[in-house]
Ligand binder design. Structure first.
Ligand code: FES
Length: 389
């Protein structure tokens, strides 16, 4: 999702203004969370625990204004996401508008609400790419994880229609302890669906996933198998299927450069118009996120909002990050994870082996993976529903 901003341009601006906040150009791609409404209830959803209600969503005209503004300030690509973006009745109109103002459009969807006619209408409106999430390679597990009966079969239909309409397809597979054994089958599924790309994304633990950590956390042996499977498939399928791979932070030695670094390459816009440095940013308390609704321009928010500047660059870092040789490589890891596990978004991400908390989270992962706890807290507007309750 994340693309590179023009760092070279930014350096020129920095020399002129001396402001870290102005170091980075507008991201080339932006994630638009059109709605938090979704028929699925995935227990690892990256949406905040406090979901925004349908009545708070930006109107069609407001989203169109956002799209026009994004194109004007230099954004090239938008990802329509959610929740489930096809729950918006105006999606075809928004895709058409995005296309008219010159934006490349990607639809990130669970697919279960799409008909062939609506997908064809989206293609006619200029939709350029489709990404479909799969919760497994077969219906029993996949429908249980998504909390939606019949979902897997519908996804297979929509994936087939996507390719019939000659749209490029990415299969997104979120992996965890309860479906990792299906990874070889998921790779075969992506091939059978004629996908261009497969994302093997191990769950990242903030928001809903943090609440479900004990039910989702893989064992170390599973992750080692998973890595070997991905590496072998990448070799075997070179030129046929691109495979992206995200390992779970708790088993990593180095933290990921989350979002390419806070406020450097990425922002997303929430259903009600809040401009966020990452999709999980609202899990960090004490930050105020400006909205596109109250008059500020998006470029101005990107440049000047406190929520973006707080963790931009390296000046905010504490030890061990402040004196670390990797500080401009990983930017201290993930702010949301630091907040979730250390209680301080400015702390070193405990995924880093240099964090004083690293050993503890590794042990937590091992203990939870061995716990045998497998009931999900499903994501919904009621604050979650325990499976089987
Ligand atoms: Fe928010 Fe990593 S998910 S900074």
């Amino acid at each position: 999702i994340v693309t590179s901003a023009s760092v070279a341009d930014g350096v020129a601006v920095l020399e002129k203004s001396g402001s870290v906040a102005e170091t980075f150009g507008i991201p080339l791609a932006v994630l638009l969370e059109l709605t938090h409404r979704c028929p699925l209830q995935c227990p690892y959803c990256s949406n905040p625990l406090e979901l925004e209600r349908g009545g708070a969503e930006l109107s069609t005209d407001e989203w169109k204004r956002v799209l026009s503004e994004l194109a004007r300030i230099g954004v090239l690509q938008v990802h329509f996401s959610g929740g489930e973006p096809t729950a918006r009745k105006d999606l075809v109109e928004l895709v058409r508008h995005a296309t008219e103002v010159g934006l490349y459009t990607n639809l990130i969807t669970s697919a279960v609400l799409l008909s062939r006619e609506r997908l064809a209408a989206l293609a006619d409106a200029g939709l350029a790419h489709v990404q479909i999430s799969f919760q497994g390679s077969e219906a029993t597990i996949a429908d249980r994880v998504g909390g939606f009966a019949g979902g897997h079969a519908k996804k297979l239909d929509v994936a087939r229609w996507t390719r019939e309409l000659d749209l490029p397809l990415t299969v997104n597979a979120v992996m965890h302890r309860q479906n990792l054994h299906l990874l070889p089958d998921i790779i075969e599924l992506a091939l059978a669906l004629d996908a261009d790309r497969l994302e093997v994304a191990n769950v990242q633990y903030y928001g809903w996933a943090l609440k479900n950590r004990a039910a989702l956390m893989p064992t170390l042996a599973q992750i080692e198998d998973c890595t070997a499977t991905v590496e072998a498939a990448r070799e075997r399928l070179k030129g046929q299927l691109a495979i992206d791979y995200v390992i779970p932070d708790y088993y990593a030695a180095r933290p990921k450069k989350c979002m390419g670094g806070w406020g450097r390459q990425f922002f997303n816009i929430s259903p009600s118009g809040k401009v966020l440095p990452c999709h999980a940013a609202e899990t960090i308390t004490g930050l105020d996120f400006p909205s596109v609704r109250n008059g500020a321009s998006i470029a101005e928010i990107w440049r000047s909002a406190e929520a973006f500047n707080r963790y931009r660059g390296t000046g905010w870092m504490q030890q061990p990050c402040a004196s670390c040789a990797f500080k401009e490589i990983d930017f201290g890891g993930c702010r949301c994870q630091a907040f979730a596990l250390a209680g301080d978004a400015a702390a070193t991400d405990p995924a880093c082996a240099l964090s004083p908390l690293h050993d503890r989270i590794f042990k937590t992962a091992e203990a939870e993976a061995a716990s045998g706890s497998d009931r999900f807290l499903y994501r919904n507007f009621a604050g979650g529903t325990v499976e089987g309750a």
